[in-house]
Design a protein around this ligand. Structure first.
Ligand code: SF4
Ligand code: SF4
Length: 374
């Protein structure tokens, strides 16, 4: 009978949701103090109910080694970008579609403030991914995630300029800003310098992990000669993928940072365990070669639009990154929205899950904590 399979799936999903809810209520009955935290967690999760990615820029002012955007041989340049009026109308329509969360990505979104402003006027929550070298005007009230690749020396080598210093100067004390420190096998020794700079400039900081593109890894494997663009250092750098020893070092650095800079670092010990686990982080589909459980996969309700306003069928917002080595923060954070049996095993693991969801709120939502509506 047509539809039977779908009905069965819907029944199973409803049954699972009921079981999950019953388990959570049981845990809260044992520890009533957790009720308020759970309500906040639900509110955070609701903010992501209809998310969408928007590529608002095809240009960048930096030359980062192994750039996830430009070091992609298959990337197609969009020739018919929307006009300013077009962006206004586009985001108004996205609001009508019920989009609750906008991820504004590029290349470098800060080069197009009008596009960012059009989004902020229409969509409730948003997160802009920027390199921090160009100030995003204060009236653009979205969370701003600033990519940091290391200290001054790392910047000069890896990004072709003094990025950290400019970003810190631009965002000193800015409540919208969160430095997204991308740990890589190349910068594990400079973590302390970056933390100190963040604390000195009163800017929050969290961690992601460098994840190489397939194009970059293929060049390394083939022994391709260095070029003058995004593969300047490849042949001379030790490695682009974390070894198990690197992962242990990164894990230690994350926990140490949380302990030493509790007012600056936004992170979670449970998440540090998860993101630095050796081996692939995701369950890969042998047929498609794509991860089954990555929260950043572009599938309903998550959509991805290019600068012409065209919806694209891409696997995620960094389509050339190799899923087998991917440790980017977005995919792993967003797979946590549905608690697993492990998260609900006992009060301790439930609190760990709540703490991870609260961390998501701090990293992705602005303003956060939520403003009182009373
Ligand atoms: S700032 Fe981002 S888009 Fe620009 S070169 Fe660096 S990694 Fe690429
Ligand atoms: S975010 Fe997900 S889909 Fe994208 S590269 Fe990483 S694992 Fe693959």
């Amino acid at each position: 009978m047509p539809g039977t399979g779908q009905n069965l799936l819907a029944d199973t999903t409803v049954k699972l949701a009921r079981q999950t809810n019953a388990r959570i209520q049981g845990l809260i009955a044992q520890a009533p103090d957790l009720q308020a935290r759970y309500e906040t967690a639900r509110k955070i999760i609701r903010a992501f109910r209809r998310p969408s990615f928007y590529e608002v820029s095809q240009k960048c002012n930096l030359w980062c080694e192994g750039c996830y955007y430009f070091e992609n041989d298959k990337r197609q340049v969009v020739g018919n970008e929307m006009s300013d009026d077009g962006w206004d109308a586009f985001f108004a329509a996205e609001d009508d579609r019920g989009v609750s969360m906008a991820y504004l990505v590029g290349a470098e979104p800060s080069l197009y403030p009008h596009r960012l402003r059009a989004a902020t006027k229409n969509i409730r929550y948003g997160k802009i991914g920027t390199n921090g070298t160009v100030v995003i005007p204060r009236d653009i009230s979205f969370r701003i995630g600033i990519s940091v690749w290391g200290n001054e020396t790392d910047d000069a080598v890896l990004r072709g300029g003094s990025v950290l210093r400019k970003a810190m100067r631009n965002y000193t004390g800015d409540p919208r800003a969160v430095m997204l420190f991308t740990l890589s096998p190349w910068n594990l020794d400079s973590v302390g310098d970056v933390l100190k700079a963040a604390e000195d400039h009163d800017v929050k900081l969290t961690f992601s992990m460098y994840s190489a593109t397939t194009s970059y890894l293929a060049k390394l494997t083939a022994g391709t000669a260095a070029d003058s663009k995004y593969f300047r250092l490849g042949p001379s750098l030790a490695r682009a993928v974390f070894t198990d020893a690197d992962l242990a070092k990164a894990h230690e650095a994350m926990l140490d940072a949380m302990q030493r800079y509790p007012d600056t670092v936004i992170f979670s010990a449970e998440y540090a365990d998860l993101i630095t686990r050796p081996g692939p982080l995701y369950d890969m589909d042998p047929e498609t070669g794509l991860p089954l459980d990555c929260g950043s996969r572009i599938r309903d309700p998550l959509r991805y639009f290019d600068t012409a306003g065209t919806q694209k069928q891409v696997k995620c917002c960094t389509p050339d990154v190799d899923c087998n080595h991917c440790r980017l923060y977005s995919g792993s954070w967003s797979k946590l929205f549905k608690p697993t049996q492990k998260h609900l095993a006992d009060q301790g693991s439930f609190e760990g899950w709540l703490s991870m969801i609260e961390t998501i709120g701090q990293i992705f939502l602005y303003p956060f904590p939520f403003e009182s509506t009373a």
